[in-house]
Design a binder for this molecule. Sequence first.
Ligand code: HEM
Length: 215
Amino acid sequence: MNAQTDPVSGSRLSQRLRAETAQQHERMHVLMEQCNPFADLGHYARFVAAQYLFQRDVEHLFHDAAVKTVVPDLEARGREEASLADLADLGVAVPQSALASEGVGMPEALGWLYVSEGSTLGAAFLFKEAKERLGLSETFGARNLAAYPRGRALAWRAFVESLDAPALGDAAIQDQVIAGANAAYDRFGSLLEQHFSRSVESEDVDRSEAREPAL
Ligand code: HEM
C-alpha cells in the first residue's frame, strides 16, 4: 500500500490538495514578492486589510453546521478578530467588501479552510519579518501572523486529520474541495491585487479599500 493513498478510496484529500493547488501556492509567493508587504508599515497595512477580508470570508463558513461536523475544533481557528485588532493597532480604517464566500457550503467550504489553515504555516516566516523589519508582535500589529496557542504544527496536523477522514475519500467530493481551495486562493490573490496598487511607492495613506488600483 502506498503511503499516499487511502486503502479504500484512493488519494488522501490532504495530498491531493497540496499537489493540485501547488501552482496557486507558487502564485501567492510571486504576488507577495511583488507586493513587498514588509517594506514599511504602509505596505504592511495593505496586507492586513487583505488578510482581514479573507479571514472574514473564511470565518463566515464556520457557522455552517456541516463544516463544524468535519472540523470539530473550528472555534480555535481563524484570524478575523486578530486581523481586526491589528488594523486598529495600525490606525487603519476597516476595509469594506462584499463577502466572497456567501452561499459556499460543504464540500467547497473545506477547501477555503484548507487555504486559510495552510497559510498559517507560511505565516511563521511572515511573522518573523513583521517582528524584525517592522517591530510588530503577537500583541501589536502582527496578531494575524502569530501561531495559534497550541502551536502551528499541532493545529495543522489536527486539520489534516480532519481532511483525511474516511468520509472525504470519495474522488468527486474531493474534486469539490479542491475547487473550493482554488476559489479561496483566487480570492486572496485578488484581494492582494486590489489592496496593493500601482502607486505603492507613493504610499501616504488612505489605506482603506477605496484607493486607486495599482501594482
Ligand atoms: C511569501 C509568502 C508565503 C510563504 C513564504 C509561504 C510558505 C509556506 C511554507 C513554508 C509552507 C509549508 C510547506 C510544507 O510544510 O512543506 C506553506 C504551506 C502552505 N501555504 Fe504558504 N506561504 C506563503 C504564502 C501563502 C499564502 C498567501 C497562502 C494562502 C492564502 C498560503 C497557503 C498555504 C497552504 C494552503 C499551505 C499548506 C500546503 C500543504 O498542503 O502542505 N501560503 N507555505
